[in-house]
Design a protein around this ligand. Structure first.
Ligand code: G3H
Ligand code: 13P
Ligand code: ZN
Ligand code: NA
Length: 283
């Protein structure tokens, strides 16, 4: 069934587990996520970036995800990932999305508060949940020094003020993860997470979670992370299986014989994340 983001995340916050938010931009990735959720009896968030929307088109992507979610035996939310454009956020609301992220984290704090507060007012009026970001979650390609890394991390007092003034439903915080594949091993600031969770007592979101070791994920969940974003690990599983198939079989030409097994590889990744995040059996 199709549900709102806060439906899923208020339970996760209360019972101490995390729901995976998996990026899609096409049919096969969405099938992999929804089938994994059903097999694991797990809730799931299917999320789409602005780039993903541009790739698939909002009409088509909305129809694919909403249809598969409505037919599913477990609760699924449809979420806009990193909405930086107010007009795209509004468009998602019109197309029946059940959760949106307003990412104005590049703006100064007061402006981020103003923009987010406005989106919360409109989205809540339509029964839709809202995520926002405070601090800056960069990419692994960004060459940052230790001081810059520290400066990008979420300040607990700012996060508290932000949550209070905006009324946002869940908050993405920066504690040392990055988008894309990691070069070394990411070092998470668990003390910062613990402080923020203690002060805010609300669902918190971890971005850039692909490539983060399982023990760090478990620790982050135990300290209050309730939504975990995964894109890169799924992309890599897809591509590895694709290379394998066309390397081994020089005559295959039916896209279904290629994309079918790629879907299975992505599904495997998603199911393992659901077990790791503690959402399996909660659907
Ligand atoms: O946060 C970034 C997500 O992995 C989406 O990436 O903008 O390449 O679709 P994308
Ligand atoms: P990864 O690139 O680590 O999968 O992060 C995904 C993400 O945070 C999407 O918002
Ligand atoms: Zn992200
Ligand atoms: Na990552």
């Amino acid at each position: 069934m199709l549900v709102t983001g806060i439906d899923l995340l208020s339970k996760a916050h209360k019972d101490g587990y995390a729901v995976g938010a998996f990026n899609t931009s096409n049919l096969e990735i969405t099938q992999a996520i929804v089938e994994a959720a059903e097999e694991m009896k797990s809730p799931a968030i299917v999320e789409v970036s602005e780039g993903g929307l541009k790739y698939g088109g909002i009409e088509v992507i909305s129809a694919i995800v909403r249809t598969l979610a409505q037919k599913a035996s477990v609760p699924i939310a449809l979420h806009l990932d990193h909405g930086t454009d107010f007009n795209i956020v509004m468009k998602c609301l019109r197309y029946g999305w059940t959760s949106v992220m307003m990412d104005a984290s590049k703006l100064p704090l007061e402006e981020n508060i103003e923009v987010t507060k406005n989106v919360v007012k409109i989205a809540h009026g339509m029964g839709v949940s809202v995520e926002a970001e405070i601090g800056k979650i960069g990419g692994t390609e960004d060459n940052v020094t230790v001081t810059e890394r520290e400066a990008a991390m979420t300040d607990p007092a700012e996060a508290y003020k932000f949550a209070k003034e905006t009324g946002v439903d869940y908050l993405a915080i920066s504690i040392g993860t990055a988008h894309g594949p990691y070069k070394g091993e990411p070092k998470l600031d668990f003390d910062r997470l613990k402080t923020i969770k203690g002060m805010l007592n609300m669902p918190l979101v971890l971005h850039g979670a692909s490539g983060v070791p399982a023990d760090s994920i478990e620790r982050a969940v135990s300290l209050g992370i309730n939504k975990i974003n995964i894109d890169t690990d799924i992309r890599q599983a897809f591509t590895a299986r694709l290379r394998d198939i066309i390397d081994k079989d020089k005559v295959v030409y039916d896209p279904r014989k290629i994309l079918g097994p790629c879907k299975e590889a992505m599904k495997e990744v998603v199911m393992n994340k659901m077990k790791l995040f503690g959402s399996a059996g909660r659907g």
